[in-house]
Design a protein around this ligand. Structure first.
Ligand code: ATP
Ligand code: MG
Length: 384
């Protein structure tokens, strides 16, 4: 009897001819997640088995695999030879000695001499005579004994289906660059897009020394949380300090956020383009704050020439975003107080619906290309 973990995958089966490719990427991502932990991943029809690990590492393996996109559900199971006495002893191991239960059997091996109903009845009967305080309840049992008779002469016995991260394996939907701040929203936006199978790298803009090192560390930590769902990511860090000083010196202060956002988008597009990104991703949600009106988005979109901008949170309320932030494990980091660069030189009354003509007029007071080149000279790359 061996302890194994069953991995069932999600939408992959929908992909027809691409199935092999999706499966290979998923295996690769599972291997990345389990790097350094002794294990073996085996493919059986329609699922994977993680085997050969040390029992004390079961929880660690589970928590890592729960972050791998493309996995629909997981079960910790006992693997035995397909013989009634072995199946029974595994069933006994996963059972409680009191309460109510049911036995559910799936039989892929049609050559086994009992059918699934007979197996359930036999195992259920033996459990009842072993544990006097057990009773059967097929509608609302306190636990379930699942028996999965495989084609290869082995049977898997388990209690629970644990929820996987869902989505598609990261790497099957291209590559994008996330504008990541220290806030709640952008990590969630990155998580959503990575869930659809995209490799998401991050770019962060800071205004050191107006912003401090803790603000930077916070963003790195947020990116690390995201990177655990992706098996690693790159984080580009760029200083916009001088850009902000120039805007502050030369332009109408009400346009600070609007103008700065346009610089961020331009720089992100250049960094993205030269690193293989096929889109930019932001954490904007329509109308959530002054700079996220449709006019604000129009203003920042109009500087982008070659990449689509994905804004997955556009239709979400703040409380929905917070729930996702908690689920992905980013919330407690996001709410730390350190400010990011958007609050430096923040005007009392930022323009809420910037007319593009006014934006262009303010921007014409700046040497855009030189400022961008200068900012790009500060580029740092971290591999997380
Ligand atoms: P967030 O919670 O992601 O910071 P927010 O509600 O605070 O979002 P804004 O600060 O207006 O909204 O930022 C909108 C989006 O612009 C962010 O979601 C992010 O994608 C991008 N952004 C803002 N500031 C930065 C920054 N310093 N570096 C990189 N991207 C940024
Ligand atoms: Mg913010």
């Amino acid at each position: 009897m061996e302890k194994v973990i069953i991995i069932r995958y999600s939408e992959i089966h929908l992909k027809g001819k691409n199935r092999g490719y999706f499966e290979r990427v998923l295996i690769l991502n599972m291997e990345k997640a389990l790097k350094g932990i002794k294990h073996e991943i085996k493919r059986t029809s329609g699922r994977y088995l993680v085997e050969g690990f040390e029992e004390f590492q079961t929880e660690e393996i589970l928590s890592k695999l729960k972050k791998v996109f493309g996995i629909h559900s997981l079960s910790v199971a006992l693997k035995v030879n397909t013989a009634m006495n072995e199946i029974y002893s595994a069933a006994k191991d996963v059972s409680f000695d009191k309460g109510s239960f049911k036995v559910v059997t799936h039989r892929a091996d049609k050559s086994f001499n009992l059918n699934s109903m007979q197996i359930s009845a036999e195992i259920g009967g033996r459990l009842l005579s072993c544990y006097k305080n057990l009773k059967v309840d097929v509608h609302n049992p306190s636990f379930t004994v699942n028996i999965d008779v495989r084609e290869d002469g082995t049977t898997l016995v388990f209690n629970e289906f644990l929820k996987g991260a869902g989505g598609m394996p990261v790497g099957t939907s291209g590559k994008g660059l996330l504008l990541i701040s220290g806030g709640i929203d952008s990590p969630v936006a990155g998580h959503m897009i990575a869930k659809r199978g995209m490799q998401v790298d991050g770019i962060h803009f800071h205004s050191y020394p107006y912003t401090n090192m803790q603000a930077r560390d916070k963003v790195i930590e947020l990116a690390e949380v995201l990177s655990r769902y992706e098996g690693g990511m790159k984080l580009y860090i760029v200083s916009v300090t001088h850009i902000q000083e120039e805007i502050h010196k030369r332009c109408n202060g009400e346009y600070m956020v609007t103008l700065l956002r346009r610089f961020m988008m331009r720089i992100a597009e250049r960094v993205g383009k030269s690193n293989g990104a096929q889109c930019l991703i932001t954490g904007e949600s329509l109308g959530q704050v002054a700079s996220q009106t449709i006019e604000g988005m129009t203003s920042s979109n109009s500087v982008i020439n070659n990449l689509p901008v994905l804004r997955p949170l556009c239709g979400f309320d703040k409380d929905e975003i917070i729930e996702r932030s908690r689920d992905m494990g980013a919330f407690e980091i996001s709410i730390r107080p350190y400010e990011d660069c958007c609050t430096v030189f923040l005007p009392k009354h930022p323009v809420i619906k910037p007319a593009l003509s006014n934006v262009l007029e303010e921007e014409s007071k700046l040497d855009i290309e030189t400022l961008i080149d200068e900012a790009l000279n500060s580029l740092e790359v971290l591999s997380l």
